[in-house]
Design a protein around this ligand. Structure first.
Ligand code: HEC
Length: 296
């Protein structure tokens, strides 16, 4: 069990949207043989209870419940790490949802699932395709999504949307199991335009490397230019963090937040190594000159 798994637990303990048990090792331990591929939708499928907002580098739209219900219907039985049991869910393929929205997803783009608690789970378009991601809003019987056990006792409603992999073996890093999804955002990879992409940064330089570190480790909780998670603050606007933090304490905050702020809710990132922390700071400093103002 590595530190990354430990981080998964920390995040899962603090936030409802991430899979409590799906750390990097969980996929290997999953009951691969017993997972089923998607099959046809249940008769009597219902429309979702809410509309879904989809944003991408060039625009945004809201898919109505009727538009979502008109997409190709998929039903899948999966080993659900959020309930530690097999369960059947129905909805539409995530890729079809992104295409219907007009997001024209490219394989290397990041897909961010914004959840009710502000957490933003993420994967890539390639992994959504590889693990046949499903945007579920119904149980296998066409009724509402069945309640999930809540961390610490009781149950919770995973709706309006539960975005899950239907092919077995996905680790949480490859395809998470975010529930209470309210909005999906496609974030541009390095070298493409986008609110949080560093414009004009050389693809192999520290800024581009730092952007990758940020997308992989920070985006779940922090936005840049209004794009990303909302558990912690936006790190670029109105002021960029490097405009009001002194370099040494900022660097220390990333490695070990509690050594700077008692009661900090942020996990530490010392395990990423000095070079990665330098890179993410280079990215943050670079974005200071690329503020885009509030999101539309
Ligand atoms: C699990 C959620 C979470 C993750 C992941 C996370 N942070 Fe944070 N971060 C927070 C929260 C919450 C705060 C608010 C202050 C606090 O609790 O310490 C914060 C505060 C900060 C601050 C201080 C902002 C300010 O205005 O004082 C910086 C800088 C920061 N985070 C950078 C990062 C970077 C860089 C990463 C990735 C390497 C990251 N965070 C990952 C939750 C997170």
């Amino acid at each position: 069990m590595g530190r990354a798994l430990h981080l998964g637990w920390v995040v899962a303990a603090a936030l409802g949207c991430s899979a409590a048990s799906a750390g990097p090792d969980a996929g290997a331990a999953a009951d691969v043989a017993s997972s089923a591929a998607p099959d046809a939708a249940a008769p009597g499928s219902t429309a979702p209870s809410a509309a879904l907002e989809v944003r991408w580098p060039g625009g945004q739209t809201t898919l109505s419940p009727a538009q979502l219900a008109a997409l190709p219907a998929v039903r899948a039985t999966v080993d659900d790490p959020n309930r530690h049991a097999r369960a059947t869910y129905a909805g539409a393929p995530l890729i079809a949802v992104l295409k219907a929205a007009g997001a024209a997803p490219t394989a290397d783009a990041t897909v961010v699932f914004h959840c009710a608690d502000g957490y933003a789970a993420q994967t890539t378009v390639a992994q959504v395709e590889r693990f046949a991601g499903l945007l579920a809003w119904q149980g296998g019987d066409g009724g509402p999504l069945p309640a999930l056990p809540r961390h610490g006792g009781g149950t919770l409603d995973p709706g309006p949307f539960y975005a899950l992999p239907t092919e077995p073996g996905a680790t949480n890093a490859q395809h998470p199991w975010p529930y209470q999804v309210q909005r999906i955002e496609v974030v541009a990879p390095v070298g493409r335009a986008g609110r949080m992409a560093p414009p004009g940064a050389p693809a192999d330089g520290p800024v581009a490397r730092g952007y990758r570190v940020f997308r992989g480790n920070c985006l779940a909780c922090h936005a840049i230019n209004g794009q990303g998670g909302a558990v912690g603050p936006d790190l670029n606007q109105p002021l960029n963090v490097t405009e009001y933090w002194r370099p040494a304490p900022l660097r220390r905050l990333l490695a070990d937040p509690l050594s700077v702020r008692a009661g900090s809710k942020m996990p530490g990132f010392a395990h990423l190594g000095d070079a990665a922390l330098d890179d993410v700071l280079a990215y943050l400093a670079f974005m200071k000159d690329h503020k885009l103002g509030p999101t539309p």
